[in-house]
Design a protein around this ligand. Structure first.
Ligand code: FES
Ligand code: MG
Length: 571
């Protein structure tokens, strides 16, 4: 089978084919280089990405499946990003990982790839890379961890760290008790068990059609994950035979399904940035407004933290993603196919709900109209996002005076000062935290509340920034204000005391001042001094080329697919 891409390395009896084969043999069976598809396993397992540590076991199951189907599996460790570990923010490295993975997939003698991800940025980076290379590809999401408990109550990863630490600051929980919860937080292998970014992006990978149907949300320690990984290995070989590529699967229709799914499951706001970036790679015309238009009217059905109560293991037990999607099957695009070659709706149809407290029926949703609201106005001309499901209903229409912070450091220095001039009606604004300004658009948009207001029982306020927030966070938090302050967005012009209007039903976000007054302003010195100014390396390349959040914060020269072209012979 010389039409395999890998045959351009291995076929023939010239000196170069000899070199490629000889160095790769190392115990591979005879026939490994004559017509068997070579399947890379792009593996983000790393001891420094704790949520993905178990992916080497997953890779073993994928390998067995590839062998069984007649392929040759090849483990390919790729750049991995541990959300809780890397500084200054994991998002800074998503594009680096995506670029490195793309280049290594293209440079190597492979015919297809299985993408192993889990922790927040890993599945987005893998999908961005796969969309650009456009070799047959399928994702194995590493799965959420089991639920840990503290004092008899379940602990939601991330969400309960935010909640308990605020209780300590409010004086309603002792510091010692908070510290004791630490060892209970991470019960098992796997990624965060809330509907945070990792669980959301696993669901997005499946809704886009890029996984074996039914795998998303399978807990990491569940033996079914290994069985499904084995099946995925077999499927990867079939994908090569069928020449089914990401460009066949990642269509506008599949992104529509992802947006409907995002709303129905109450997924992370970070999915907006990641889906825009993946669409940019796939050449699909997806806009920020699509999230509002396609997602509006979709009911919230999944009652998971941070917007609700339960955790990923509960969702799996209750019937999983397919059970939720079956309730909104009429809203899904029947044209969108998956890696199986069959439509997503066909795989979802008939899935049953086993616990209606976790997955609601369509007729009894948690919210009638979930999804991401896209706001526009003179504070964010190119848009900002808010997740109404995670916000306080009474704050969705709000007018209040701004309290402005120029950086995370400024915030931490002044937030708990008794002198801070702030009331529950104030609107907390953080700037300088967009893709360029920070750099990397960190998850700091869910600003903590001022200690003196927490002590008075205040648990939510309107907060606005050019940052992102953790998918595990909650509150009336307006994120991704675009353009960001560091590229001259109007966020740079706000001053403490300015009246701010948030009107989510009207999709509005404004500074309530005359245009002439704003036109006369220039950014303050303290704000511009806080913007990052790296002189070398990735950070320099990143800030010179990163696009704004409404374009997915990818690098401008990485949009589009360059395909699986085989490079020049190396010898
Ligand atoms: Fe890895 Fe939450 S920190 S998924
Ligand atoms: Mg995160």
């Amino acid at each position: 089978m010389t039409d395999l891409r890998s045959a351009q390395w291995y076929a023939g009896d010239d000196r170069n084919a000899y070199i490629h084969r000889a160095w790769m043999r190392r115990g591979l069976p005879d026939g490994a280089f004559s017509g068997r598809p070579h399947i890379a396993i792009a593996n983000t397992a790393s001891d420094l990405t704790p949520c993905n540590i178990h992916l080497n076991d997953v890779a073993d199951s994928v390998k067995a499946g590839v062998w069984e189907a007649g392929g040759v599996p090849l483990n390919l460790p790729v750049v991995s990003i541990g959300e809780t570990q890397v500084r200054p923010t994991a998002m800074l490295w998503r594009n680096l990982a995506a670029m490195a993975i793309e280049e290594m997939l293209r440079a190597n003698p492979i015919d297809g790839v299985v993408l192993l991800g889990g922790c927040d940025k890993t599945i987005p980076a893998l999908l961005m890379a796969a969309a650009s290379v456009d070799l047959p590809a399928v994702v194995v999401p590493g799965g959420p961890m089991l639920t840990g408990h503290f004092r008899g109550a379940p602990l939601g990863c991330g969400t309960d760290v935010w909640r308990l630490s605020e209780e300590v600051r409010a004086g309603t929980l002792s510091h010692e008790a908070f510290m004791r919860s630490e060892s209970a937080m991470i019960r098992s292998r796997g990624h965060c068990n809330t509907m945070g970014t990792a669980s959301t992006m696993a669901s997005m990978a499946e809704a886009l059609g890029m996984t074996l149907p039914g795998i998303a949300g399978t807990p990491a320690p569940d033996s079914r994950l290994l069985a499904l990984s084995h099946e995925t290995g077999k499927l990867a070989v079939d994908l090569v035979a069928a020449a089914r590529r990401p460009s066949d699967v990642l269509t506008k229709a599949s992104f529509r399904n992802a947006i409907v799914t995002l709303a129905a499951i109450g997924g992370s706001t970070n999915a907006v940035v990641h889906l825009l970036a993946i669409a940019g790679r796939a050449g699909v015309d997806l806009t920020l407004d699509d999230f509002d238009q396609i997602g509006s009217g979709v009911p919230l059905l999944v009652d998971l933290q941070p917007a609700g109560r339960h955790l990923m293991d509960d969702l799996y037990r209750a019937g999983g993603l397919h059970a939720a999607l079956n309730e909104v099957i009429d809203l899904l695009d029947a044209e969108a196919i998956t890696v199986t070659g069959r439509p997503l709706v066909e795989h979802v149809a008939g899935a049953e709900i086993w616990d209606e407290t976790v997955i609601r029926r369509r007729a009894k949703p948690l919210l009638d109209d979930a999804g991401i609201a896209v706001l526009k106005g003179n504070l964010a001309p190119d848009g900002a996002v808010v997740k109404p499901a995670a916000a306080s209903p009474e704050l969705l229409q709000h007018r209040g005076p701004a309290v402005v912070f120029d950086s995370v450091e400024d915030l931490h220095a002044r937030l708990d000062s008794p002198d801070l001039d702030v009331t529950p009606d104030s609107v907390l604004i953080l700037r300088g935290c967009g893709p360029r300004g920070y750099p990397g658009m960190p998850e700091v948009g869910n600003l903590p509340l001022p200690a003196k207001l927490l002590a008075k029982g205040v648990r939510d306020m309107v907060r606005i920034s050019d940052a992102r927030m953790s998918g595990t966070a909650y509150g009336t938090v307006v994120l991704h204000a675009t353009p960001e302050a560091a590229v001259g967005g109007p966020l740079a012009l706000v001053r403490t005391g300015d009246p701010i209007i948030l009107d989510v039903p009207a999709r509005r976000l404004d500074i309530d001042l005359p245009a002439e007054e704003l036109a006369q302003r220039t950014p303050s010195q303290t704000s511009t001094a806080a913007y990052a100014a790296p002189t070398r390396g990735w950070e320099r390349l990143y800030i010179d080329h990163v696009m704004q959040a409404d374009k997915g914060a990818d690098l401008d020269f990485l949009t589009g697919a360059s395909g699986p072209d085989v490079g020049r012979e190396s010898h």
